[in-house]
Every structure is written in structure tokens, then in C-alpha cells.
Write a protein that binds this ligand. Structure first.
Ligand SMILES: [Zn+2]
Length: 536
């Protein structure tokens, strides 16, 4: 049987250091589930409670269940000249629900001298005490050796002593970090081979690299080939500066090129969908040239290439795109598979015959061509399925809406929206103010229909994201709006696309309310809340 390599995702911690990266706690939970379904083994969620947002995340994660993945909490070695048990950050790690704790510590004397001003012997005690403290509270511990490869080049004997301190204190994994991304594959291979030879019998070795020299993926593979059995990386290579090693590329390479056992083949087929979904959640434009999952990864243009691929795909393709869930010919989303449509319909209780399913597929393709991206808009997708199944009732009929935005001399901006709609033969005209056009429209619409649909009161908009689709057109470009809404028991995403940002927002807004009013959700909303159970 092929040897296993563990995938350790740090998108939610190191990946969030990237320029412009920001996710709400709910979105982080969605990312975690997508990674779990892909088969990722460990998901590093962040620092338990370094701020209220992280605290909320850990609270949410504690209530989730994952099929494959375990959650790791992140922290650092104890402060100098104090006891580990007295270190508030280590106590938080010990108290949090995550079964695995990853702690980072210094290995490089340059940092000890210039940054932390810690005596090298005290540094060894800090590592050992911190690992031992967490082990003593029942945690499994991964030790991240920060700047390991720079330290190795500087003083390999001391770098090894740091690792030994962590291993002897009970760490189950020592991850060698190329924190500055400075190292090249041959150096990574040499250092990793030595560490594995010295310590590999008693402890697992891991690798964590950054892409500053363009070698993040290559360095990870070089370490695995020398015996590392855990790879840390981020989805699509998010991360500060040039990014972390791209875990999507690493996974495909380990499994398809090097024959390691990382995830099940069916899970690997989720690679493209997962990469795109998480791009959408992070509001990042997918890189069309990204290996394996980019829109161009299996797109063929030249006549000879197309003819060759048609005769035998191996002539111009390095793998079968289906292995990573990519589509060779047309660059369309995973949702355009008929099987996916049928599965989703079944899950949401819609009877969909084969013909209607084919119509949904066609409709998805057409919408994607116009800039819609339904992978992160499950609410809009559910509505689309219902429309094609003939099982769709609009909440209202629109006569018109109008938005006025007024900026005054004193700098104040005021927004007012008026809507005219029909519900069940009755005409409603409502005007509302808001802190912006979308908020004002939302207020006016709810004002008009709240009485007819009381469940709307439970639906809250939790997130609003805007992306410009064709940036070269400047202010004339099309705009894509993604809205996330929730009713306390679940959240769903919806989408709108238009050259007018308010129209795109309106479209997403109406979808989000209609998706929230679908029978299954209203039904769930009516069930009494589970009784509160006090923990022992
Ligand atoms: Zn890092």
C-alpha cells in the first residue's frame, strides 16, 4: 500500500496574513467543511481567542462535526523566565476544544539575538516546557520550528537541539518551517534528510514552506521525498508576501505524480471545486493559470493541440482532468454536471426529471458565461433548480424600485429607497432609509412583505461582497455581488450580476430572501429549539 502523507491546512491562520484576506467566523466554518470534504487531515483554525472573532470561531467549530479532519489550534512557546502553566496564551490552548495544538518556537540564533533576546539555553527550556505542559493536559502537539532552514544554514547543531527538545517533551510532529521562503529544493532536501535520519524513528517530520523564491511546492515535495510525512500549506497558496506553499498543487502532485496516499480518489475529484469555492468565499479572483485547477489548466487553443487531444489526450495533457474534477473543453463549474444537479435537487426535496436536470445544466452554463458563479451561491442554485422543476413561487411581483442617494454639504450621505410591489393581488408601496442603497432596499422590501411572510424576520444578511468582473472597462464593468444570509440554523449564499451595482445587489437580495423562504428552511425554522443541556 502507498505510504500516507498528512495534509495540514493553514489557510485560516497563515493564509489570512495575505493582502486583503478576511473571512467571517461563519465563512471560516464553510472553508473548514470544504477542506474536510476534500480529505484534508488537519485544519489549523488560528489562535483560540486572540480576539473576539477568533473566540467566536472556536465556539462555532466546537459544535461542528467533521468526517476526516481534526482541528488544530495555534500558539507559541511560553514567554521567557516564566512557567508554562502561568502563560495565559498556553492556558487558552490547553482549555480550547481542539485535540491538536501547534506551537511555534525559535530555532535561529539570529532571531534569539536580534528579535526576542532570549538566551539559547532558555529557548530550549521554553520549547520543552511548552510542549510538556500541553501534553500534560492531554493535547497532541505539533512543533513548528520557525526559520528552521535559515537556522540550519547558520548552526545546524543548535537547530537540531531545538527539535530534540520538542520531541523529548512529547511532540508527535516536528514541522520544519522555511518561514522566509528563502531556501531552494536541494537545501531543503539535505536538511530534511538529516533530521529524518536523526529523529525520524521516534517522531514524524513535517514541512511548512513559503513561495518567496517560487519554490514553495517544489520545496514541500523535496521534503516529502526525504521522509517528511506531513505537509502544511494553504488553499491556492494564499499567504503573506508571495504566499504559502499551495496545498492544492501539493496534493495533486503527491497523489498523482508521486503515488502517495493522501485522500481518496473521489475526494481528489473535488479539488477544482474546492479551490474555486474557497476563492469565492475569500473574494479572490481565481487564478486561471493555477496548476490543476485553473480555468486554463486543460484549455486547448491551437488547432494542432485540439486535434491531438481529441485523438489521444495524453499528447498535450499531463493528467486526465477528471482526476482533479476539472473539465477539459469548457471552463464551467462543477455544478454543471447533471449528477450534481440531481443530487442537489434530491437533497433539497425537489422532484426533478432528467429533462429538467438537463435544462438546469444548460442554464448554469449560460449564467456562468455571463459572469455568474454559482459554486458559492447555493441559495441561487436552489432557486434555479426549482424554477426549472416548475416548483417556484416568487414572493412578490415587482412593479418598480427607486433609490435616492443624497450627499449634503456637511458630508452626510443619506439613502432612501422606495419600492412598489404586488403580493397576492395587493399593492404595497414602501419607503425606507438605510445606511446605503442595498440596506435601504432591504428595509423597504421587508417592510412591505414581512406581514405576509413572518419567517423573514429570522433571516439576516450576514455578508456582502462585490467583485468587478471586467476591470479593463473601469466604471462600465460588470459587477458581481455575493450575499450570505442566515436564519440562525443555517446560512446560504446568493448572487447577482449586472453592470449596475445596485441592480446586481437587488438580484442577490431577492434571491437571498426567496431562498430563505424555501419550504425546507421555513419548516426547520418552525421546529422548537433544542433544549439547552448544561455540560457537566
Ligand atoms: Zn508560515
Amino acid at each position: 500500500m502507498a505510504e500516507q502523507v498528512l495534509l495540514y491546512d493553514t489557510t485560516l491562520r497563515d493564509g489570512m496574513q495575505g493582502e486583503g484576506m478576511s473571512l467571517s467566523a461563519d465563512e471560516k466554518v464553510r472553508v473548514a467543511h470544504a477542506l474536510d470534504e476534500l480529505g484534508v487531515h488537519l485544519i489549523e483554525a488560528g489562535f483560540p481567542s486572540s480576539n473576539p472573532k477568533e473566540e467566536a470561531l472556536f465556539e462555532l467549530l466546537a459544535g461542528e462535526s467533521f468526517a476526516n479532519a481534526e482541528i488544530a489550534a495555534f500558539g507559541m512557546t511560553r514567554r521567557k523566565d516564566s512557567a508554562a502553566a502561568d502563560d495565559p496564551a498556553l492556558r487558552l490552548l490547553a482549555d480550547c476544544f481542539a485535540p491538536v495544538c501547534t506551537i511555534v518556537g525559535k530555532t535561529w540564533s539570529l532571531h534569539l539575538e536580534k528579535v526576542t533576546r532570549v538566551d539559547p539555553e532558555e529557548n530550549l527550556r521554553m520549547i520543552a516546557d511548552s510542549v510538556a505542559f500541553l501534553r500534560g493536559t492531554g493535547k497532541r502537539v505539533i512543533y513548528d520550528a520557525e526559520h528552521f532552514f535559515d537556522a540550519w544554514a547558520d548552526d545546524s547543531a543548535y537547530a537540531l537541539r531545538c527539535l530534540r527538545a520538542a520531541a523529548e517533551a512529547g511532540a508527535e510532529n516536528l514541522t520544519l518551517c522555511d518561514t522566509n521562503g528563502a531556501t531552494l529544493p536541494a537545501q531543503i532536501a539535505e536538511a530534511t534528510a538529516t533530521v529524518v535520519a536523526e529523529l525520524g524513528d521516534t517522531v514524524q517530520v513535517g514541512i511548512h514552506t513559503h513561495d518567496d523564491a517560487g519554490c514553495g511546492v517544489a520545496n514541500s515535495l523535496a521534503a516529502v521525498e526525504q521522509g517528511a510525512r506531513l505537509v502544511q500549506g494553504t488553499v491556492n497558496g494564499y499567504g503573506e508576501r508571495c504566499g504559502n506553499a499551495n496545498l492544492m498543487t501539493i496534493l495533486a502532485n503527491l497523489q498523482l505524480k508521486l503515488g502517495y496516499d493522501c485522500v481518496a480518489p473521489g475526494q481528489l475529484e473535488r479539488l477544482t471545486e474546492t479551490a474555486h469555492l474557497i476563492d469565492e468565499l475569500c473574494n479572490v479572483s481565481p487564478n486561471p493559470n493555477q496548476p490543476y485547477v485553473g480555468a486554463n489548466a486543460f484549455a486547448h487553443k491551437g488547432g494542432m493541440h485540439v486535434a491531438g487531444v481529441n485523438r489521444d489526450a495524453r499528447t498535450f495533457e499531463h493528467i486526465d482532468p477528471e482526476q482533479v474534477g476539472a473539465d477539459r473543453r469548457l471552463l464551467i463549474s462543477e455544478l454543471s454536471g447533471k449528477g450534481t444537479v440531481e443530487a442537489r435537487a434530491a437533497k433539497t426535496g425537489v422532484a426533478l426529471d432528467a429533462e429538467a436536470a438537463a435544462r438546469v445544466v444548460e442554464r448554469v452554463k449560460e449564467l456562468e458565461h455571463r459572469g455568474y458563479h454559482l459554486e458559492a451561491a447555493d441559495g441561487s442554485f436552489d432557486l434555479l433548480i426549482r424554477k426549472e422543476a416548475g416548483d417556484y413561487e416568487p414572493l412578490f411581483r415587482l412593479e418598480s424600485w427607486r433609490v435616492i442617494v443624497e450627499k449634503q454639504e456637511d458630508g452626510k450621505v443619506q439613502t432612501e429607497a422606495t419600492i412598489k410591489i404586488w403580493v397576492g393581488g395587493e399593492r404595497f408601496v414602501r419607503t425606507s432609509e438605510g445606511n446605503g442603497p442595498v440596506n435601504a432596499l432591504d428595509n423597504a422590501l421587508r417592510d412591505a412583505i414581512a406581514e405576509t411572510y413572518p419567517h423573514l424576520g429570522d433571516i439576516e444578511l450576514v455578508n456582502y461582497k462585490v467583485r468587478i468582473l471586467d476591470e479593463s472597462k473601469g466604471t462600465g464593468a460588470a459587477t458581481r455581488v455575493l450575499l450570505d444570509a442566515g436564519d440562525g440554523s443555517e446560512t446560504w449564499g446568493t448572487i447577482g450580476v449586472s453592470e449596475n451595482i445596485i441592480e446586481a445587489s437587488w438580484e442577490a437580495l431577492v434571491d437571498s430572501l426567496e431562498a430563505g423562504m424555501l419550504p425546507a428552511r421555513v419548516e426547520r425554522g418552525r421546529q422548537p429549539a433544542a433544549p439547552e443541556v448544561s455540560s457537566p
